[in-house]
Design a protein around this ligand. Structure first.
Ligand code: NAP
Ligand code: ZN
Ligand code: ZN
Length: 355
């Protein structure tokens, strides 16, 4: 066990506050990682505030983790002390179901084990995430951060990056395809960068005009503000693929009308509830899909692609003490485009535990 400084929420209504958690000693297949940076995902807010139900408290959020290996178990072959590695949204799965065998561990029949707000397989001990200084993870669920990626700007790739990469690849995005990205936040800005790098014609659909210049600078070819509704007429039937990254309830049916015949809208954002009407789907043989993060192998593929193409997240680096304010700013759509915690500020932020 190692006593590890962290920030945790004690309940759905409590702000995040200093906390000490016990990390297990590395087992034979485990990698012990000293966390350098952790991104702040909107899913952290949903879960800390128990918006999906069933949250486990106290909760240390964080699933966009980059750090350095400090120890490995005796059977670990893939990593060595000193390696720079990442951990994303899950740390275990059954390994034997069809999805696990196919590298789609996030869709494991027994449920993936979330990096936090889940229970370890076998022991039932709650998992705790990256708003901390150390984590211990089975080597099969650890990613390698390729040389050349700035480490703070790489952290959001572990969730925002893979969550947008996976549907772009799965739905076979080709050069020249018309792709819309709805919501320019953490996921949205990665969707723009990745879709543009794949050669797609990218349009950002944002609530207001405020992010127009940023969208174009990120690589979008077009931009439309949605609040006054005129974009829904002007862009009707335009897109092959829509990636919806919006974190708050909104009208899916209006966006479905922007798809071509046979076009697909992929829900990535997780607001609840959201009624869907049959007419916009039936009338143009459109498809409504969902997609959750990505498997380990495709996450590594995405990281390697980002390193090869010079792609990383646009971030605002914060001290851990700013994290509650960062949540409030995300809820006001005031993030350009991912907050990343400098986890060095946790060492000494909480009680002195000599970890
Ligand atoms: P974020 O950085 O807070 O961005 C969300 C964006 O949604 C905002 O920047 C805003 O963009 C837009 N938005 C917010 N409220 C809106 C409203 N009422 N109507 C229209 N647009 C609105 O959040 P994120 O970290 O990217 O996460 C986005 C969502 O994806 C969350 O629900 C999160 O839980 C979910 N998520 C899903 C997966 C998955 O595997 N599927 C993985 C990670 C996260 P504009 O300012 O441009 O309008
Ligand atoms: Zn996330
Ligand atoms: Zn499985």
């Amino acid at each position: 066990m190692s006593r590890t400084p962290a920030y945790a929420a004690a309940s759905a209504t409590a702000p995040l506050a200093p906390f000490v958690l016990d990390r297990r000693a590395p087992g034979p297949r485990d990698v012990q990682i000293e966390i350098l940076y952790c991104g702040v995902c909107h899913s952290d807010i949903h879960q800390v505030r128990d918006e999906w139900g069933g949250s486990i408290f106290p909760m240390v959020p964080g699933h966009e983790i980059v750090g350095r290996v400090s120890a490995v178990g005796g059977e670990v072959t893939r990593y060595a002390p000193g390696d720079v590695v990442g951990v994303g949204c899950f740390v275990d799965s059954c390994r034997t179901c069809p999805q696990c065998r196919a590298g789609l561990e996030q869709y494991c029949d027994e449920g993936m084990t979330g990096t936090y707000n889940a229970r370890e397989r076998g022991t039932g001990i709650p998992t705790q995430g990256g708003y901390s200084t150390r984590i211990v993870v089975d080597q099969d669920y650890v990613l390698r951060i390729p040389d050349g990626l700035p480490l703070d700007r790489a952290a959001p790739l572990l969730c925002a990056g893979i969550t947008t990469w996976s549907p772009l690849r799965h739905f076979d995005t080709r050069p020249g395809d018309q792709v819309a990205v709805v919501g320019l936040g953490g996921l949205g800005h990665m969707a723009v960068k990745l879709a543009a790098a794949m050669g797609a014609q990218v349009t950002v659909l944002s609530t207001t005009e405020a992010k127009r210049d940023d969208a174009l600078a990120l690589g979008a070819h077009a931009f439309a503000a949605t609040r006054d509704g005129s974009a829904f007429k002007a862009l009707r039937g335009r897109f092959d693929l829509i990636l919806d990254t919006v974190s708050a309830p909104h009208d899916y049916n209006a966006y479905l009308g922007l798809l071509k015949v046979d076009g697909t809208m992929v829900l990535l954002g997780l607001p609840d509830p959201a009624p869907v009407s049959a007419f916009p789907l039936v009338s143009r043989r459109r498809k409504l899909a969902g997609s959750m993060i990505g498997g380990i192998a495709e996450t590594q593929e995405m990281l390697d692609f980002c390193a090869a193409h010079g792609i990383a997240s646009d971030i605002e680096l914060i001290d851990i003490a700013q994290v509650n304010d960062a949540y409030e700013r995300m809820l006001r759509n005031d993030v350009r485009y991912r907050f990343v915690i400098d986890c060095a500020t946790l060492r000494g932020a909480g009680p002195d535990v000599g970890a």
